[in-house]
Design a protein around this ligand. Structure first.
Ligand code: HEC
Ligand code: HEC
Ligand code: HEC
Length: 157
């Protein structure tokens, strides 16, 4: 406000002065418009997401077993199951070792199809559903045969 009243003072002082003030007002409008545009752009993803519901979407996974626990804890499995599978593969192919001992001492036969897909009995509604969502395309099923139960639940889908 005091900006403006001092501006009035300067307008009275003459044309030169008033040009300077106009220029400064114009700059301010530009800055404010810039801030508004910036905010619109920054906030668009939030509006977009709340309108489309996209951010809230997580694939519905069918765990496929009554077991309460995975071979390792869930958060490890969520982010590291590929590493575990890699270790399993190495263990079998390099060391001929076909038993996995969990941190709490449980033993599992090392088998992608016989163990993972024995609990996760629908590959389609578990592995594939999450991979499709995440854009991951593991090339395992060219060689590893998906057991019948896991395939048929895909057809039922
Ligand atoms: C080119 C064929 C091929 C591909 C592709 C392939 N594997 Fe294998 N995999 C094999 C063979 C052969 C064995 C050894 C089988 C055995 O000795 O029981 C094996 C063994 C394994 C084993 C241990 C034994 C078992 O039956 O599970 C795991 C775990 C495994 N692979 C995981 C994977 C994963 C995960 C992928 C995808 C990222 C994959 N494999 C892709 C051929 C393949
Ligand atoms: C004994 C049954 C069993 C076996 C075997 C098993 N899982 Fe699981 N898995 C579960 C259960 C139960 C959960 C859900 C645990 C929970 O909700 O906390 C789970 C959760 C997961 C998750 C996390 C899912 C999510 O909610 O985000 C992944 C990924 C996973 N398992 C992959 C695998 C892979 C890969 C294998 C083979 C190496 C495997 N599981 C073997 C029972 C099993
Ligand atoms: C909760 C989501 C989720 C579930 C359920 C899940 N995966 Fe994954 N998986 C992922 C993500 C995400 C990646 C990609 C990670 C990356 O690109 O770094 C991945 C990657 C993989 C890879 C490595 C791919 C590659 O090309 O190297 C394998 C193997 C794999 N998953 C196997 C499985 C199997 C088998 C199951 C079912 C028993 C399963 N996953 C269930 C999320 C999941």
């Amino acid at each position: 406000m005091c900006e403006i009243s001092s501006a009035e003072g300067r307008i009275k002082r003459g044309v030169e002065g008033s040009r300077g003030v106009e220029a400064r007002m114009y700059d301010k409008i530009k800055i404010i418009a810039g801030i508004i545009i910036f905010l619109i752009i920054m906030l668009t993803p939030f509006w977009y997401n709340s309108l489309t519901g996209k951010a809230a979407y997580v694939p519905q996974l069918k765990i496929g077993t009554d077991a309460r626990q995975c071979v390792e804890n869930t958060s490890y499995m969520k982010s590291n199951h590929m590493d575990l599978l890699n270790k399993w593969k190495e263990s079998v192919v390099r060391e001929g070792m076909r038993v996995h001992k969990t941190r709490d001492g449980k033993l599992y036969v090392i088998s992608l199809t016989g163990t993972c897909l024995n609990c996760h009995s629908s590959k389609a509604q578990f592995c594939d559903r999450c991979h499709d969502y995440a854009g991951a395309k593991p090339q395992c099923w060219d060689c590893h045969i998906v057991p019948n139960n896991a395939v048929s639940s895909r057809q039922e889908e």
